[in-house]
Write a protein that binds this ligand. Structure first.
Ligand SMILES: NC(=O)c1ccc[n+]([C@@H]2O[C@H](COP(=O)([O-])OP(=O)(O)OC[C@H]3O[C@@H](n4cnc5c(N)ncnc54)[C@H](O)[C@@H]3O)[C@@H](O)[C@H]2O)c1
Length: 389
C-alpha cells in the first residue's frame, strides 16, 4: 500500500455468490482497500447476514444500493466511501453504475459492462458528466504475464503482427444446469438478466478484450457463427468468429461453455513476422515464445528477462505461483493508485495504475452486438461499429 487506505462499498456478493468474495480478497490483498459498506443481496435477510459475517457496521449495510448511496452522501468526507464495486448479475450493472456515478462515487464494475451497447453508452455519459473513475473487471489484463506479452508485442519483438487467435473454452454449461437450481447458470442463460449474449457476453467479452489488449490492434470487421446447443436455452452457448484487424492482421475468437469437461480454458496466441507468443490462463505464470530462426523460449513470472512494466504486477519470487486473486488485486491496486492521484481515466498502458475502463467496456459491448448482427446476416463481413470514445 502507498497512501491512505480507501473505503469500498459492494453491491452484490452476498452469501453463496461467486465473484463478490474474490473481489473482497483482491481488494484486501495489498491493504489498499477496506470494505466498509454493502448492499449484498436483493434478499434482506441474506444481505444482513453477509454484513454480519464480514464484520461490518450494520448501519452501513443497506437493502438497496440507492439507500447505501444516500447514506454515504450524508456522511462527512473522511468517513465516506471512495468507490463502489458492482458484482451483481449483468442487468444491474448499468443502473447501479449510473446511480453511483451520479451520486459522485467512482465505480469498479464487473463485466460485461452492461446488457447492450446503448446501456454501456449511458454509463460512459454518466462517467463523463460526473468526472468519476469507471473501471471494469477484465481480470485477465491484470495478470503479470499478460502485461509481459503486451509489452513484448508493443516493442516489436515479433515484427508486424499477422495472426491473433484467442479462445475461451469452458464446459460447465454442457447440461441444462440452469434448470437444476444452479444460481450462476440461471441468470447467465436468462436474456432479461444476462443481456444480449450468453457465452458471448459472459466470456466472449473477456476473450475480445484480451485479444485487442495484448495485440494492441483494433478489430474492424468480423464474421460470426453463433449457436445454442443445449435444447431450450434462450441464449448462445457457442460462438465462433473470424476477425479482421484494421492494421491488417487476421484472427479467430472462440467462446463456448459447452466444451464438455473443459475448465477455464482461456488461451491467446499471437504471431508476427519473426515469431509468436502463447499464454494460457490455467498456466498463468508461463509465457511461451516461439521463433522462426531459433528454439522456443519460456518466460516465467518472477524469472529473468521480464519487462519493467511487468515487475510491479508481481508479489512473489519465481516458483511461488500467483494467479486469479492476484490478477484481480492488480486491478484493485491500479484503481486505488488512480483515485489517490485523482486521475479518473487511470495511467497509460503498462503503468501500474492502468486499468480497463470505458474504452474496453464500449468496445466489448459493440463486439457483442456486431457478432449477433453478423450471425443473423447473409453478408460475409460485418463492419465493427464506430464508437465515439
Ligand atoms: N471478471 C471475472 O472474471 C468474473 C468471473 C465471474 C463472474 N463475473 C461477473 O460478476 C457478476 C456476478 O457473477 P457471479 O457469478 O458472482 O453471480 P452470483 O449469482 O454468484 O452473484 C450475484 C450476487 O448479486 C446479488 N444481487 C442480485 N440482485 C441484487 C440487488 N438488487 N442488490 C444487491 N445484490 C444483488 C445476488 O444476491 C448475489 O449475491 C456478473 O456480472 C459476472 O459476469 C466476472
Amino acid at each position: 500500500m502507498a497512501g491512505r487506505r480507501l473505503k469500498l462499498a459492494m453491491a452484490g456478493g452476498g452469501e453463496g455468490a461467486f465473484i463478490g468474495g474474490v473481489h473482497r480478497m483482491a481488494a484486501a490483498l495489498d491493504g489498499d482497500w477496506q470494505l466498509v459498506a454493502g448492499a449484498f443481496s436483493s434478499d434482506p435477510a441474506r444481505n444482513r447476514r453477509t454484513g454480519e459475517q464480514l464484520g461490518l457496521d450494520p448501519a452501513r449495510v443497506h437493502d438497496t444500493l440507492d439507500a447505501l448511496l444516500a447514506d454515504e452522501r450524508a456522511r462527512p468526507e473522511g468517513e465516506r466511501i471512495d468507490a463502489v464495486a458492482i458484482v451483481t448479475p449483468n442487468h444491474l450493472h448499468a443502473p447501479m453504475a449510473i446511480a453511483a456515478l451520479d451520486a459522485g462515487f467512482p465505480v469498479f464494475s464487473e463485466k460485461p459492462m452492461a446488457m447492450n451497447l446503448a446501456e454501456a453508452q449511458a454509463i460512459a455519459e454518466a462517467a463523463r458528466a460526473s468526472r468519476r473513475l469507471y473501471a471494469l473487471a477484465f481480470t485477465y489484463s491484470g495478470y503479470p504475464m499478460v502485461e509481459e506479452a503486451r509489452a513484448r508485442v508493443a516493442r516489436g519483438d515479433f515484427g508486424r503482427v499477422r495472426l491473433v487467435h484467442v479462445e475461451y473454452v469452458q464446459g460447465w454449461l454442457s447440461s441444462p444446469l440452469d434448470r437444476e437450481g444452479n444460481k450462476q447458470a440461471e441468470w447467465r442463460t436468462d436474456p432479461a438478466r444476462a443481456g444480449l449474449g450468453g457465452a458471448l457476453g459472459d466470456i466472449g467479452t473477456h476473450a475480445f478484450q484480451l485479444a485487442e489488449h495484448v495485440s494492441g490492434l483494433t478489430v474492424e470487421a468480423l464474421s460470426a457463427d453463433v449457436t445454442t446447443h443445449v435444447a431450450g436455452r434462450m441464449l448462445d452457448d457457442d460462438v465462433n468468429v473470424l476477425l479482421r484487424f484494421a492494421e491488417g492482421a487476421r484472427g479467430t475468437l472462440r467462446a463456448t461453455q459447452v466444451a464438455a469437461g473443459e475448465e477455464n480454458g482461456l488461451r491467446i496466441r499471437i504471431h508476427g513476422e519473426k515469431g509468436g507468443l502463447e499464454w494460457s490462463q490455467m498456466e498463468p505464470n508461463t509465457l511461451t515464445l516461439r521463433w522462426l530462426d531459433r528454439p522456443a523460449e519460456i518466460v516465467r513470472a518472477g524469472g529473468p528477462g521480464l519487462s519493467p512494466t511487468t515487475l510491479p504486477r508481481l508479489r512473489t519470487p519465481s516458483g511461488h505461483p500467483e494467479g486469479y486473486i492476484e490478477a484481480f488485486g492488480n486491478l484493485y491496486r491500479a484503481v486505488a493508485g488512480s483515485l489517490r492521484d485523482d486521475a479518473p481515466t487511470g495511467g497509460a498502458l503498462g503503468e501500474p495504475d492502468w486499468f480497463p475502463g470505458l474504452e474496453s467496456g464500449l468496445r466489448t459491448m459493440a463486439f457483442v452486438e456486431a457478432v449477433l448482427e453478423s450471425a443473423r446476416s447473409d453478408e460475409k463481413w460485418t463492419v465493427f461499429p464506430a464508437l465515439a470514445d
